[in-house]
Design a protein around this ligand. Sequence first.
Ligand code: HH2
Length: 280
Amino acid sequence: MGVLNVTPDSFSDGGRYLDAGAAIEHGARMLGEGADILDVGGESTRPGAEPVGAEEELARVGPVIEALAAEHPGACISIDTQKAAVAEQALRAGARLVNDVSAFRADPAMAALVATSGAECCLMHMRGEPRTMQRDPRYGDVIDDVKAFLYERLQFAVREGVSERVLLDPGIGFGKTLAHNLELLRRLGELLELGRPIVVGTSRKSFIGRLAADSRGLEEPLGPEARLPGSLASAVLAYERGASVLRVHDVAPTRDALTLAAATLGAGWTAPSTATRQTS
Ligand code: HH2
């Protein structure tokens, strides 16, 4: 899943794809690099982010989704929003998946919209809301708490008529400390017991920059662009523990990392019949 932030203030690429033309081009590039899903968002959820109105959010993502869906009919376009009004227009414009980081809690109309539209959805765990979520988050056992939350949200979605089309996400970085994020990754396999595909979004997140800085004895966390090696390591670890979808900013390097992981673990790699070169 390639991340396409049509925002001025996203934590790692804010402003780069706010122009619709630049966003459409970047989306096409990520599809060319091997993304199966494009997750288009018009509102940042970084810690401390201010909410955006539905009209503004729609003005950002609508034209981008419409163009990408028309030009790449085989691609799955996802709308990253907590608002039913935005999701509804995005689905009309060609999106097929609703990625709701509030897991149907922010907008009472969202579950019914997803149920009636036939769209897929991704429900994510978040402690609190983006403005305040990183203020001293605490859990009993982080995996048990996240799992119980996702189970409850899945039951709710099923009751609302969404049934089989639900992906679940532990919400790395959403109301979690560095230790919580690492524990979630380490024990990700326990979430498979929920019986739904698991989505993981570690890409460029601040815990990766913090960990790398600590290991180098640096005061400041590494910036988002320098977090690629850690992002790739976390993608491989999540894949190895059973994640089905990896939400990433750097599609081509992630694809290469996962190709190696899949070939090593024996899933999904066969030698191309035309390969003649020796490898070492
Ligand atoms: N992370 C972000 C946004 N949406 N959705 C899911 N399902 N899982 C995630 O981990 C996730 C998400 C935050 O990353 P990004 O979109 O790059 O930043 P911002 O929210 O600042 O736009």
